[in-house]
Ligand binder design. Sequence first.
Ligand SMILES: Cc1cc2nc3c(=O)[nH]c(=O)nc-3n(C[C@H](O)[C@H](O)[C@H](O)COP(=O)(O)OP(=O)(O)OC[C@H]3O[C@@H](n4cnc5c(N)ncnc54)[C@H](O)[C@@H]3O)c2cc1C
Length: 283
Amino acid sequence: MQLPFFLARRFVAGENFSQAVSKVKELNHKGIPVTLDLLGENVTDRDTAEATTLEYCDLLDGIRDEQLDATISIKLTMLGLDIDTGYCRENLHKLLDKAKKLDQFVRIDMEGSDYTQRTLDLFYDARKIYGRHVGIVIQAYLFRSREDIAALVQNGADVRLCKGAYNEPPSLAYKNMSDIRTMFKNYAADLMKFTDNTRIATHDDHLIEWTKRYASENRIPQEKFEFQMLYGLRLSTCEDLVKEGYRVRIYVPYGTMWFPYFSRRLRERKENIWFILRNMFRN
Ligand SMILES: Cc1cc2nc3c(=O)[nH]c(=O)nc-3n(C[C@H](O)[C@H](O)[C@H](O)COP(=O)(O)OP(=O)(O)OC[C@H]3O[C@@H](n4cnc5c(N)ncnc54)[C@H](O)[C@@H]3O)c2cc1C
C-alpha cells in the first residue's frame, strides 16, 4: 500500500528535486546550508543501482544550476552494497569523479551495523583518491566507534557524529541514553580537538549546550565545527544558533522512497507521531 505523501511532508522536502529546491532556497536565505539526500535504501538490482548513481550525479548538476548552498549525502546500499562491494565501489567512484569535477562534497551516511565495516572500508579507499570531497558518519551508540573514531582522527577525516538511528542489539550498541550521550561527548571532544571539520548531528539540547561549552573552554573556533539537524525539526533552534555565530547545516531528504526514513523519525520521538496524527485530521 502506498501511503499519501502529506503524512511525510513535515520531514521530507518533496517527492522530487524541483519540489525540494524552494525549501532549500528558503533555508539558504536564512544563512543555513543544507545536505540533500535522495531517499531510498537497500537496492537489490543493478539497473536501479546504476539509475540511482546517475540520479545522484544529476543532483550535483542540479545544485550547481540552481546555485544552492548544498552538498549531498548518500547511502551505499543505494549504490549496490547489497549486490557486490566491488560493484558498489565502481558506482561510488563514478559519483565522486563527478563531485571532484564540480568541487562538491559527498557524505556517506552510516546504515545498520551489518554495513559498518564495509562502509568504512569503502570510505578509506575513496578518501585516498578523492580526499576532501568525501566524508563519513559515526554512530555514538556502537561499541566499535571508540576504535573507529581514533582511526578517523588519525586520518583527519570529515566526520558527522550522530547517536545512531537503527535498532541494534545490546551485544553491539549502548541502549541507555546516558551512556550514548557520554560516548557522544568523548568522540565529539576528540574530533573537535584534532580535526578541522566536526559535524555535530543532534537535536539534543544537552549535547548542543555541552558542545558550545566545550568549544569555548578549549578555544575551538566556530569555523572548526558545525551543528547539523534534520529538516522539519528545531528550525528556530537552528536560527538561534546561526544568530549566535555558529555554523548550522540542515539535512534535507526528498524522494518517493520516504517510508523507511519517515518511520525512523516516528520511532525516535513520540511527539513526532502526535504531530503526524494531528495533521492527518486536519487534511
Ligand atoms: C544531520 C543528521 C544526520 C544523521 N545521519 C545519520 C546517519 O547517517 N546514520 C544514523 O544512524 N543516524 C543518523 N542520524 C540520526 C541520529 O542518529 C539520531 O537517530 C537522531 O538524530 C535522534 O537523536 P538526537 O540526538 O537528535 O535526539 P533524541 O535522542 O531523539 O532526543 C534527545 C533529546 O533531545 C531533545 N529533542 C530531540 N528532538 C527534539 C525536537 N524536535 N524538539 C525539541 N527537542 C528535541 C529532547 O530533549 C530529547 O529528549 C542523523 C541525524 C542528523 C541530525
